[in-house]
Structure formats: C-alpha cells, structure tokens
Design a protein around this ligand. Sequence first.
Ligand SMILES: NC(=O)c1ccc[n+]([C@@H]2O[C@H](COP(=O)([O-])OP(=O)(O)OC[C@H]3O[C@@H](n4cnc5c(N)ncnc54)[C@H](O)[C@@H]3O)[C@@H](O)[C@H]2O)c1
Length: 394
Amino acid sequence: MKKNISRKTFLNQVSTIGAAAILSPIALQAAPVINNKQNNKKIKVGIIGCGSVSNMYLPHLSKSPYVELVSTCDIKPDRGKSQAEKYKIPNQYDHIDKMIAGAPFDLLVNLTNMQEHYALNKKAIQAGKHVWSEKPLANTYKQGIELLTLSKQKGTRLWGAPAVVNSPQFAFMSKAIQEGRLGKIAGVHGHYGHEGPEWSAFFYEELGGSMPDLAVYNLATITGLIGPVKSVSAMLNVITPTRNTGDKGSIKVVAEDNSMILMEHYSGTLSHVQSGFNYFDPYGHAGKGQDRPTISMWGKEGNMHLIGYDWAPAGVDMATRDHEETQRFVEDAENFQWQEGASVIAECLATGKEPIINVEHSLHVLEIIEAARESQKIGKRVQLQSKFKYPIIA
Ligand SMILES: NC(=O)c1ccc[n+]([C@@H]2O[C@H](COP(=O)([O-])OP(=O)(O)OC[C@H]3O[C@@H](n4cnc5c(N)ncnc54)[C@H](O)[C@@H]3O)[C@@H](O)[C@H]2O)c1
C-alpha cells in the first residue's frame, strides 16, 4: 500500500531535529555593511504564510537574538492566529495589505504558496520592506529581475531560499574544488525526490512542481559549486495524473512531478539534476537518516560525494589521485539547519554582515527552472542569460 507522509507525521519527525538558535559562523562573511542605521538592533519580522514550513521557521526565528517577531499573516486566519499565540507574536492579519498597514516591520518572511511569492514580495518591497522568500522568490526570471530592480530602487534587500550554501559541507566542497583537488571537473550528478507533499494542492498546480520545490536545492548547490550555467536541456512529465490533497481533495496534476535537467556550465562541466514527487524514499519527506550520496562529481584528479541531502548534509567523501582510498570529511553539520535562512538574514541586517546567500544566485537557479520548462516545451536546448559572482566560497 502506498504510504504518503502526512504534514503531521512530517512535523513530528522534524521536531526531533531540535532547533539550535545559534547561527553557524559559516553562514556569514565579513563584508560591506548592509545598512549602518540598523547596526546591532533587533530586526522586526513579519511572517506571511502560517502553514507547514512555518512550523520549522518560527522555532528558529523565535530563538534568534536578532529577531523581534511582530506579526503573522495568513488568508486562513485561524493559522495566523494559532501561530501568533504559540510564539507570542502580538499582531495577526488575514491580508498582506492589512499587514503592511499595521504594526511596522523591517523584514517580510514569505512562507506562502509558491504561486503567491512574486505578488506578495512585490507589495512588501514597494512598502520599503526587506524580503526573505521561500523558493521560488518569483515565478519567472523576468519577475525576479523586476523584484530585484524594485528593491534596489527602494533601498531594500531581497533574498530567496534555499540556504544550502551555508553548510560546512558546501564550504568544504567549494574549497576543495577551488584548490583544484579534483582537477578539471567533467561531470556532476544530483538527485532529490520523495512521494510528494499531500497537504496542499499548489505543489501540483501550474507553476508548482518538483523543480521549484525539490530540484531547486540541488540546482543551488551544484551551480554554487561549479559556477553559472550556459544552457539547459530538460525532459519533464507527470507520472501521477491525479492526487489527493488536504485542502482541495482530488485534483488533476498540472505541473511536472518528474524532471531530468541537463546543464552545460561555463567551466565546461556537464551536470545533471533529477527530482520528482514519485520517488520511493524510506527517509521520507524529513530526510532523516539519509546516509547515501545525493550529489556526486568526477574530475580528472579526484571524485567527491555529498553524503545525505544538501539541506541535511552528513559528510563529504573524497578520493584523489594522491589518496585513492575514499576518505570521509565534515561529518558534522555544526549549527547549519535548512530553515535558518531568514534568521541568518535578520542577523545580517542587524549586524551589517553580508550573508553568503545572494539574490543573483537565486535568480540564476530560477532561470534554470524556467529554461527547463521551455526546453521540454520546444524539445531543444535553451540558452541562459543570467550569471552570479563565482566562486561563492573560495
Ligand atoms: N513544508 C515544507 O516542508 C517546506 C520545506 C521547505 C520549503 N517549503 C516551501 O515553503 C512554502 C510554503 O510551503 P508549505 O508546505 O508551508 O505550504 P502550506 O500550504 O502548508 O502553507 C502555505 C500557507 O500560506 C497561506 N497563504 C497562501 N496564499 C496566501 C496569501 N496570499 N496571503 C497570506 N497567506 C497565504 C496558506 O493559507 C497556507 O497557510 C513553499 O514555497 C514551499 O516550497 C516548504
């Protein structure tokens, strides 16, 4: 019998992970001050979207010394109210307009449906707020550029999940690559899938799908390690045509739930990411216990494998020409937690440190996802225009 992971089961599983509030120093870099005026004060945070993932964000944010939780907002008002009560947040709203007009805040943390992000992020930026958005920060690359341009005009900052570049495993792999320990890297593979969320229909509706929900992690890690992508070829399809969802019952699946993305990097490396909502995975949605490689790369002088998921890393295996036996490194993820993004950003806004996460990288990943959709549609390779500052960690 098919076993879907319910939202409740998932939350029970992840609650065992715990919520260390002290942020990993690796997530921060000494760099130009973001906003002198805000140095060392608490950042007032408004949370929009009080569904599943808010149960991971709120415990983390509520322990941050740099955060003052000011308001919650959800179009399902009971959700905004119950999270506000649980985390002692003084204001709740049922619409972004009321939230913006209400108690003042500095940073919007957008945890709503993927299809809502662009419009809500835009309203917040227009109102002069900084934004941390769950992925994707917009539905198209063009929309993303529009948001970035607007935020620059308004003097605010914009960032998007995931936070995978903050892990010590990412730092180790990036340094190993930059030191040339693998030689010229020829091929990279990444995979991430499970049986699909069942609590909300938006994951399967237009502009949802497994790419912006799951592949996005591997895409961020692989581009972060190997550098920007020049062109994309992809095949996408739907394996499960109807789904039972918690909010809308039985629905027709419109967005891809199965994707194969092939990328040509400027460095000459060819990489590949596969993801989907139809992968039997004994580790489930929470990923706890995954001890196999999920990202692997091969160069002329060595190979390297990330153990566990990039959002829950458990080590790095490496074999090189001068040490042919595989060795395991960085088994400790220290304080890195995938849900730390908004807390790291609040810390950066408060202290003036520049985070490792940068919006140009998020926009590049968004362009890859859009190019994959286009490639599937036209049956051809699609050229990309965006780039980001590389390497992220040298
Ligand atoms: N659930 C997870 O484990 C998880 C993990 C990482 C990232 N994410 C990402 O987080 C986002 C939310 O996912 P989720 O699983 O929490 O979904 P969810 O359906 O559980 O929660 C989304 C919430 O947003 C609210 N909402 C929708 N439109 C709104 C609007 N216009 N204004 C205010 N509130 C609105 C909904 O009522 C709902 O309560 C997605 O981008 C998803 O990819 C989820």
